[in-house]
Design a protein around this ligand. Structure first.
Ligand code: NDP
Ligand code: OXD
Length: 315
C-alpha cells in the first residue's frame, strides 16, 4: 500500500498518526515534512490548511483528503495537483452540525440571551413566547448539512425554507433555488441560517444588502443571522452596522473572516452577538480515520472515490 502524508496546519498531527497506525498498521503515515518519507513516495495526502506549495511537491499523488467537510482551505492553493479531492461526509459530523443549528435557532426563538441577562440582574421579567410554527427559518445551503438541519427543524415544528443552487425536494421544506429565487427566500426568513461553502460565488454573500431583504414581520421583530458555513461568506463590518441599525436583531457566528477572531473585534463584546470558536461540528477523529482508510482501500482496489469535490463549482 502507498504512503499517506498529513499536511496539517494549526493542529497536532500526532494523535492522527497514532490512530491511523492503530487502525491500519500496514499503512505508512507521516506528518509532512517531519519524518522520513521522500516526496515521491507519498500517494495520498490528508490536508488541513496546507502550507502553500507542499501538495504540489508530491509527484506521485493519487488523491487529497480534506480533514473537514469544507475544501476552501485546499482549493485556495494556487498550484493544486490535478488529482481527486475528497471531502468529509460523515453522519456524526452532520448530527453535530444539526445540534448546533437547532440549539441556536431555539436560543433565539426562546430569547435565551435576554433571559440570561435578566438572571444576571435578578430580574423576573416574563417575556413573550411564540410557537415554533410562527417562526420561519431559512437555510442557505441544502447539502449534506443544510438538508439534515432543515429536516430536524421541521420536526421541531418550525416553518422551514431552504435555498441552494439546484432545485430540491425535501419533505416539510419549501425549497428555493438560484439567484432568481434568492430575494423571495430572504423575504420569508425570520432566522437565516447559513451552511453554504465558501466559493467565488458565495464570497461576502452575507452583507448589508442581503440583510435588508430579510423578513421584518416575524415574531422577533428583526431578523436573526446564524452563520456556521465559513467566515469569508460574511462581511463583519456589515453585520455590526446592521445590528446597530436594527436591520438585524441578533447573530450567532461560529466562523469569522479571520480565525481566531481578533480580540479587538467588536463582535466579541456585542450584546446581541453569540460567538463560538469554529466548533459547530467537529469531526470524530476515529470515524474520520476509518472513513479515509475506507476511501484509500476503495481506490487501491480500483473503485471510485466517494464525495469528491467538483473543481469547477468549488464544493
Ligand atoms: P455540500 O457541498 O453538501 O452542500 C453545499 C450546499 O450549498 C448545496 O446545497 C449547494 O447547492 C449550496 N450552494 C453552493 N454554492 C451555492 C450558491 N452559489 N448558491 C446557492 N447555493 C449554493 O456541503 P456541506 O453541507 O457538507 O457543508 C457546507 C459547508 O459547511 C462546508 O463547505 C463548510 O464550509 C461548512 N462547515 C462548517 C463547519 C463548522 O464547524 N462551522 C463544519 C463542517 C462544515 P446544490 O445542492 O444545488 O449544489
Ligand atoms: C469543516 C469544518 O469544514 O470543521 O469540516 O469547518
Amino acid at each position: 500500500m502507498t504512503k499517506l502524508a498529513l499536511v496539517i496546519s494549526r493542529w497536532d498531527p500526532q494523535p492522527w498518526i497514532d490512530r491511523f497506525q492503530h487502525l491500519a498498521p500496514e499503512l505508512e503515515v507521516c506528518s509532512w515534512p517531519d519524518n522520513g518519507i521522500a516526496a515521491e513516495e507519498v500517494g495520498y495526502a490528508l490536508a488541513w490548511q496546507p502550507p502553500e506549495g507542499v501538495l504540489a511537491g508530491f509527484p506521485n499523488l493519487k488523491a487529497i483528503f480534506s480533514l473537514g467537510a469544507g475544501v476552501d482551505h485546499i482549493l485556495s492553493e494556487p498550484k493544486l495537483p490535478d488529482v481527486p479531492l475528497v471531502r468529509v461526509v460523515d453522519p456524526d459530523l452532520t448530527m453535530r452540525m444539526s445540534e448546533y443549528i437547532c440549539l441556536h435557532v431555539l436560543m433565539h426563538h426562546r430569547q435565551q440571551r435576554l433571559l440570561d441577562a435578566d438572571q444576571a440582574k435578578t430580574d423576573w421579567t416574563e417575556r413573550p413566547q411564540w410557537s415554533a410554527a410562527s417562526m420561519r427559518v431559512g437555510i442557505m445551503g441544502l447539502g449534506e448539512l443544510g438538508r439534515d438541519a432543515a429536516e430536524k427543524l421541521f420536526h421541531l415544528g418550525f416553518q422551514v425554507n431552504g435555498w441552494s443552487n439546484s432545485a430540491k425536494q425535501i419533505d416539510g421544506v419549501t425549497a428555493y433555488a438560484g439567484q432568481d429565487e434568492l430575494d423571495a427566500f430572504l423575504g420569508v426568513s425570520d432566522i437565516l441560517v447559513c451552511l453554504l461553502p465558501h466559493t467565488p460565488d458565495t464570497h461576502g454573500i452575507l452583507n448589508r444588502d442581503l440583510f435588508r431583504k430579510l423578513s421584518r414581520d416575524g415574531p422577533l421583530g428583526a431578523p436573526v443571522l446564524i452563520n456556521a458555513g465559513r467566515g469569508k461568506l460574511q462581511v463583519e463590518a456589515d453585520i455590526l452596522a446592521s445590528l446597530d441599525a436594527g436591520e438585524l436583531g441578533a447573530a450567532t457566528l461560529d466562523v469569522f473572516e479571520t480565525e481566531p477572531l481578533p480580540v479587538q473585534s467588536r463582535l466579541w463584546r456585542h450584546p446581541r452577538v453569540t460567538v463560538t470558536p469554529h466548533n459547530a461540528a467537529d469531526s470524530d477523529p476515529e470515524a474520520l480515520c476509518r472513513y479515509i482508510l475506507g476511501q484509500i482501500r476503495r481506490h487501491e482496489a480500483g473503485k471510485d472515490l466517494q464525495n469528491t469535490v467538483n473543481r469547477r463549482t468549488g464544493y
